[in-house]
Design a protein. Structure first.
Length: 467
């Protein structure tokens, strides 16, 4: 390809521009941008499907509940469905407009890819240089668009909930429920080239090294009492639920700031573990018992007693099923909440458990290990480490990191979701003295840790952390 050496050299010297290196770099940038747009478009289109599914599920819930009621609810049904349609229509329109705008940008990247290919084959070096400058300018604008999309985008979900009052007290009903639009951050990665271009459309999940719990509060026990905690949980509203061993297995509730709220109820048997199920319902297991209790903590009443296939120990739920471990045996019971059927998974030896995203995570105290299984029973991994000794409690955060109470080492250890890496995040200097139970509120990003050293408990051995 013939060209004027003086002309191209003058331009190169002005911008320190190397033509031979620029072409492959820019090709890579364009390819990364195209892949990024494809990833974004996939998530945007998936979001449209999601809100359509949410609309369908909302309608189904409304109509299912409606069958149990009389004609008094005709007006209320019409109001909530109209509201649902209005909210969904607005969200769908906004999302479709964003998809169209993003597709137009993606098509521009396709054209630039074609232009650069043609340019490198037929243009002079001067023409190629000038053309590349223009393409770089457009590429930077496309990357800037992704940056702006990152900072401004909020993916809204349509959510419908039916009031529990509707199902029981007709004369007190003022509304059928409510439609709410909840914003959520969808985590996905994009590749947009070099340092001066956007690197990620939305924030990536922090690595295990970035996990640094910050103490918010500790439990303040009423004067003159020593709180011996059997197990504990953080409820969706941030309040704390604990079992008090010294008060006839009393279930008590504390505020999120660590101050005492109220005593709820006592049990004849000693509780082993509890978990939040849904609405105001918790599930409770008992030492040496095959019974599982479902309790409404708002009404403070027993809802159901369920006989299980074997003695129970650890318990966890995702609101669709309840998973129960057996301390001495090698099995897990999966209780389906829709039809109350029980499925037994054999050869699974764990104590405390946590159910998250279709996986069962469990500690095994006697062998100082942590295991992960699919809910179908397939074993995924086993983790052991010198910092994990006499592991008890286990919890999983919203990003899939697994938190373990290492009771014998006075530590809280965090594992990666694949069970390959770990890190100690709390130790004795942080107040960990025989840490026993642990729970995480995924929505609030808070963690509750309780210890079994009674003297420490009296001074604040139950701690609330921000994670």
């Amino acid at each position: 390809m013939a060209s004027s050496g003086a002309d191209i050299c003058t331009l190169c010297k002005e911008d320190d521009f190397k033509l031979s290196a620029a072409v492959p770099l820019l090709k890579k940038d364009l390819q990364d941008l195209r892949e990024s747009f494809e990833e974004v478009l996939k998530h945007l289109k998936d979001q449209i499907k999601t809100i359509h599914n949410q609309k369908t599920n909302g309608i189904q819930e409304v109509r299912t509940t409606r069958k149990l009621l009389n004609d008094y609810f005709d007006k209320l049904e019409k109001e909530i469905l109209t509201d649902l349609e209005s909210q969904h229509s607005k969200l769908a329109t906004d999302m479709e407009a964003l998809v169209q705008q993003t597709e137009n940008r993606a098509e521009l990247i396709d054209k630039l890819q074609e232009d650069i290919s043609t340019m490198t084959k037929h243009a002079t070096e001067v023409q190629t240089y000038i053309g590349l400058r223009e393409i770089e300018k457009t590429t930077s604008q496309a990357a800037k668009y992704l940056d702006e999309l990152e900072s401004s985008s909020q993916f809204n979900d349509v959510e419908i909930s039916v009031s529990s009052t509707v199902k029981s007290i007709l004369q007190d009903v003022k509304s059928f429920g409510n439609i709410s639009v909840k914003s959520s951050r969808k985590i996905f990665q994009t590749k947009t080239g070099r340092k001066d271009q956007a690197q990620h459309l939305v924030p990536m999940v922090h690595g295990i090294e970035q996990i640094k719990p910050t103490l918010l509060n500790s439990l303040r026990v009423p004067e003159g009492e020593i709180l011996q905690i059997i197990t504990s949980r953080i409820l969706p509203d941030g309040t704390l639920l604990l079992f008090h061993e010294k008060k006839n297995s009393m279930m008590v509730q504390y505020k999120s700031d660590g101050t005492f709220m109220k005593e709820l109820m006592t049990f004849e048997e000693q509780p082993y573990d509890l978990c939040f199920v849904k609405d105001n319902t918790v599930a409770i297991t008992f030492y040496g018992s095959t019974r599982l209790l479902l309790v409404d903590i708002e009404k403070i009443q027993l809802l159901k007693t369920i006989e299980l296939a074997s003695n129970c120990y650890g318990v966890s739920s995702d609101s669709e099923v309840i998973v129960i471990s057996h301390k001495r045996g090698s099995k897990i019971i999966i209780l389906n909440l829709k039809d109350m059927t029980q499925n037994v998974l054999e050869e699974i030896r764990v104590h405390r458990i946590s159910l998250f995203n279709g996986k069962i995570y469990g500690t095994y105290y006697y062998e100082d290990r942590v295991d992960c299984y699919r809910i179908t029973g397939e074993h995924l991994w086993t983790f052991t480490h010198e910092d994990i000794y006499q592991p008890e409690g286990i919890a999983v955060d919203m990003n899939g990191f697994v938190y373990i109470t290492s009771r014998g080492k006075n530590r809280i250890v965090v594992l990666s979701s694949d069970g390959k890496t770990s890190r100690t995040v709390l130790c004795e200097d942080d107040g960990m003295n025989e840490p026993y139970a642990i729970d995480i509120n995924k929505e609030l990003g808070t963690m509750l840790v309780t210890c079994t050293n009674w003297d420490v408990i009296n001074k604040g051995g139950a701690f609330i952390f921000k994670i």
